[in-house]
Design a protein around this ligand. Structure first.
Ligand code: IPM
Ligand code: MN
Length: 354
């Protein structure tokens, strides 16, 4: 049989392993049909492991992960671990160590999915956010002075490098061209306040844009972007933005595409190893009940195959998801789907292979 892809699987905490089982089920189903192999290698990085061993991700594992074809992540987050530890120690650590400088988040409303935006449907809600993923406010630089006193000072540095901004913007232009749907790229920033950081973004955006005469460029402040995403989502084709703004606007995006049950994203290193994940968290209260919706994880698997160049297999997954949404699922919310977690995986796998 055809090519074999090595996929590192980090199922993680809470409902992560349950959704991941369905994601892999669907990956394997379509790989059989198309004729390639998926070899999974499990890694147990999680809050659970941290509580037992005190270890987050050892450096040796990072080196191993540099050798795989892709990484598939369920969810990392544990109610007994203080906020910040797992975020920095697992998720951000992987993004930074593997230089996954793009966070790609499609905002696509499928037919028969509820959106809270009135009078808008799948025709109007279909765009992609390209979020810078290794710089900005996320670099973890800053500190306290006189902590705990009345004179306390806290600073958090936002760092933007020409190289980091340019590679992100360049990726966004290339992506917009390849997507070939409107060919409109919007820079979302805050040039009226962040007069240094986002001046660099704006200058770089228009400079690089000169190399892409086929792409229409425009600009929107981040606050206005939030407004347009609800009022006129059809205006967007591709949005490129900094790390922090991308984090915020993609949660809004997830809501207008039907919620965390469907929203997926990819942390990409176009020259290296990328990592795909459902955007939602570990939903600990639903652990082990078989009620969590696996579609977001399945859609992350679709993006993973797309990135590997297995376009036909990726399209099959999307077809399977769309059919399950149209024919079967009552809702995307946990416990209200009308099916249990593994039945949803079965349905998508079956439809994907038709
Ligand atoms: C996300 C998450 C992460 C982020 C957290 C968990 C560090 O919110 O992937 O959007 O802020 O990037
Ligand atoms: Mn987020």
């Amino acid at each position: 049989m055809g090519k074999t892809y090595k996929i590192a699987v980090i199922a993680g905490d809470g409902t992560g392993p349950e959704v991941m089982a369905e994601g892999i089920k669907v990956l394997k189903a379509v790989s059989d049909i198309i004729g390639f192999n998926v070899e999974t290698i499990d890694y147990d990085f999680s809050g659970e492991r941290y509580l037992k061993t005190g270890e987050l991700i050892p450096d040796s594992a990072i080196e191993e992960l540099k050798q795989v074809d892709s990484i598939y992540l369920g969810a990392v987050g544990h109610p007994d671990v203080k906020p910040g530890i797992l975020e920095h120690g697992v998720l951000l650590k992987l993004r930074f160590a593997l230089d996954q400088y793009i966070n790609l988040r499609p905002i696509k409303l499928y037919p028969n999915v509820y959106t809270p935006v009135r009078d808008k449907g799948p025709e109007e809600i279909d765009f992609v956010v390209v979020r810078e993923n290794t710089e900005g406010l996320y670099i973890g630089s800053g500190g306290f002075l006189k902590k705990g006193t009345k004179d306390e000072v806290a600073s958090q540095l936002m760092v933007n490098t020409r190289k980091g901004v340019e590679r992100c913007i360049r990726y966004a232009f290339e992506y917009t061209r390849k997507r070939n749907q409107g060919k409109r790229l919007t820079l979302c920033a805050k040039t009226n306040v962040l007069v240094f950081a986002h001046d660099l973004w704006e200058r770089t955006f228009y400079e690089v844009g000169e190399e892409y005469p086929d792409i229409t460029t425009n600009y929107a402040h981040v606050d206005a972007t939030c407004m347009w995403m609800l009022k006129n989502p059809e205006w967007f084709d591709v949005i490129v933005t900094c790390n922090m703004f991308g984090d915020i606007i993609t949660d809004l995006g997830a809501m207008i595409q039907g919620g965390m049950g469907i929203a997926a994203g990819g942390n990409l290193n176009p020259e290296g190893v990328s990592m795909f994940e459902p955007i939602g968290g570990s939903a600990p209260k639903y652990t082990g009940m078989g009620v969590i919706n696996p579609l977001a994880c399945i859609c992350a698997g679709q993006m993973l195959l797309e990135e590997l160049g297995e376009t036909k297999a990726a399209k099959r997954i999307e077809k399977g998801v769309v059919k399950a949404l149209s024919n079967n699922l009552k809702s995307l919310s946990a416990g209200k789907m009308g099916y249990c977690t593994s039945e949803v995986g079965d349905l998508v796998a079956k439809y994907a292979c038709e």
